[in-house]
Design a protein around this ligand. Structure first.
Ligand code: ADP
Ligand code: MG
Length: 569
């Protein structure tokens, strides 16, 4: 093929692809524009996962009538004017790319009224070109309406996830900005239903209650932001404020880590690592903290111009920032928690982890030949086992026809429960436990989007949940296998997990989740009867050798192996 310059429309669509990846990116750009315009109220309305409609309405400074068309030109911005300004960006936008990018892949209507203008202006753009302009009544502020997103970009449309998944991303974007700007009243409505409303009163705690609910908010610790944490760094200062969750709030994923750098919502592996380091030894293995951190530092210390979506930043002094964040969080955790509790948690969770590792590696590291059979090559079914005892409150020691068996009690119980749940589901006979009194269950906007669409799946497993207000549900029954109070935790964790999964995998994830929660934990002492019962049930499972996550449930040391290890053969 000969080399040729691409036509304008193709160029525009390529450029748009970098800024507008999915409906939530449009919401993010429009909300950022509203915030840059000093709005105190921002409302977002979406339909059809954001593909049919996205509307962002603000009460900010508006766009002067004579500049409305200009705002849709590529690289047109009112926020910077020279390369010098790039070194000290104080606004969220600065590349002048969002509006033209959105207009290249959707139908856009803008109605705006700037400070000091008596009438508003409305324009409509199709395929990036203005097709209509008129005077239109509007109070101060701007409304941008985006319809038929990606209709002309079938390739992009095809890659979008399900409506609930796109909705959950959108809910997350609005939730994050609500946390970053407690002084702005946000409203989000999805398919006509109000999903999030913040008061805009200016207190982070209020936003946390609105976004995460009272249960999480009640366990958040405020950071002491009075200290300048730049230790030995260049001129300037770094301040870290916000809130972190007490360690018992451990979550299944990193979805509860929010970082705002000079109020810009960013994702940062460095910052996530710094926070997790601060929680070292305080969280259960596999759990992640809740944190909402505002980091403010001189604009010259960061480069936000490394990605068109501006969702990542580069720090000039990475290690300084890392230390500052880690210390700020650690100090808060240590200062606000009773000291003995920290030690308790630390030993309870750190120690078994270490020993488990040793157990695993010892046969291989013994210096002699490697064991003849790896755990995976065991026979398909388990022989009848005689329980000998329990070690580390985590493993059951048993004797079989050919040597020694070590059983991971948690993994084994998960396997047993997994097969039970699966069987009940196949037979459509879930074991149900009615609650004595219906309980209320509150979810975040993001979780709510998933919950709305998986209610039916949950019903099939024995949950009975009814909507009860915007983001609250009334729970009347739970699966019989989730007796006790393990179900709220299980349900919350499940909703977070589902938001990242294809709908076709939801059912499997629900099974795994029910199996895991309510299973016997590692570190739990078991009586001889309980161990015998567990081993007997494991023997009867169809696939006794792995837990639903694929980890082994049993390690077998054959008599030949034992003889070898002891130098008897
Ligand atoms: P950027 O935000 O990088 O400047 P955009 O394409 O997002 O680029 O917006 C272009 C310009 O349009 C902005 O610089 C701003 O002047 C104006 N603008 C966009 N949205 C709004 C809004 N909601 N309120 C006021 N002005 C706006
Ligand atoms: Mg912008």
């Amino acid at each position: 093929m000969t080399i040729k310059i691409l036509d304008k429309e193709t160029v525009a669509q390529i450029a748009a692809g970098e800024v507008v990846e999915r409906p939530a990116s449009v919401v993010k750009e429009l909300v950022e524009n509203a915030l840059d315009a000093d709005s105190t109220q921002v409302s977002v309305e979406v339909r059809g996962g954001g593909v049919s409609l996205i509307r962002v309405m603000d009460n900010g400074s508006g766009i002067p009538s004579s500049e409305v068309e200009l705002a849709f030109q590529r690289h047109a911005t009112s926020k910077i004017s020279s390369t010098n300004d790039l070194q000290s960006i104080g606004s969220l936008g600065f590349r002048g790319e969002a509006l033209p990018s959105i207009a290249a892949v959707a139908r856009v209507e803008v109605v705006t009224c700037a400070d000091g203008e008596s009438a508003g202006t409305g324009i409509i753009l199709e395929g990036g070109a203005v097709t209509c302009r008129q005077n239109q009544a509007r109070a101060r502020g701007t409304t941008v309406t985006v319809r038929d997103l990606f209709r002309r970009v079938p390739a992009r449309l095809k890659f979008l996830k399900s409506v609930p998944t796109e909705n959950s991303h959108i809910a997350n974007v609005v939730s994050q900005y609500a946390l970053a700007f407690p002084g702005v009243a946000f409203a989000l409505s999805i398919d006509g239903k109000s999903t999030l409303k913040t008061s805009g009163r200016g207190k982070l705690m209020d936003s946390v209650i609105d976004v995460y609910g009272v249960e999480i908010a009640g366990r958040m610790l405020a950071l002491d932001d009075s200290e300048d944490r730049w230790s030995g760094g260049p001129a300037g200062s770094i301040r870290v404020s916000g809130m972190v969750g007490s360690p018992e709030l451990g979550r299944a994923g990193r979805g509860y880590l929010s970082f705002f750098i000079n109020r810009r919502w960013v994702s940062s592996r460095l910052l996530a690592y710094a926070v997790e380091e601060a929680y070292h030894g305080l969280l259960m293995t596999g759990k992640h903290p809740v944190a909402i951190l505002n980091i403010s530092l001189p604009p010259q210390e960061i480069d936000v111009n490394i990605h068109p979506a501006k969702s990542e930043v580069k720090f000039r002094n990475e290690s300084g920032v890392f230390r500052a964040v880690q210390r700020a969080v650690r100090q808060t955790l240590v200062a606000q928690m009773p000291v003995p509790k920290i030690e308790e948690v630390a030993t309870a969770y750190a120690a078994p982890g270490v020993r488990r590792q040793e157990l695993w590696t010892s046969p291989v590291d013994s210096g002699r030949s490697p064991p003849p059979e790896a755990p995976q090559t065991l026979l398909a079914s388990l022989p009848v086992l005689r329980v000998v005892g329990q070690v580390l409150n985590s493993y059951i020691v048993a004797e079989g026809p050919d040597g020694l068996y070590l059983i991971d009690q948690h993994a084994a119980h998960e396997r047993i429960r997994f097969e039970k749940v699966k069987q009940q589901r196949t037979q459509q006979q879930p074991e149900v436990q009615g609650l004595l009194e219906p309980a209320t269950f509150e979810v975040t906007p993001r979780q709510n989007e998933i919950l709305k669409s998986c209610l039916e799946n949950l019903t099939e497993f024995g949950f009975s949940l009814e909507p009860f207000g915007d983001r609250t549900y009334l729970v009347r029954a739970v699966p019989g296998l989730l007796a006790g109070d393990s179900w709220p935790g299980m349900l919350r964790e499940l909703l977070d997990v589902l938001s990242g999964e294809a709908r076709s995998d939801w059912e499997e994830k629900i099974v795994v989740s029910i199996a895991c929660h309510g299973a016997v934990r590692s570190g739990q002492a078991l009586s001889d009867d309980e161990m015998r019962e567990l081993v007997r049930q494991l023997e009867q499972t169809a696939n006794p050798h792995t837990c639903p996550h694929g980890r082994p449930t049993v390690i077998h040391l054959s008599s030949t192996q034992l003889e070898k290890e002891f130098g008897r053969s």
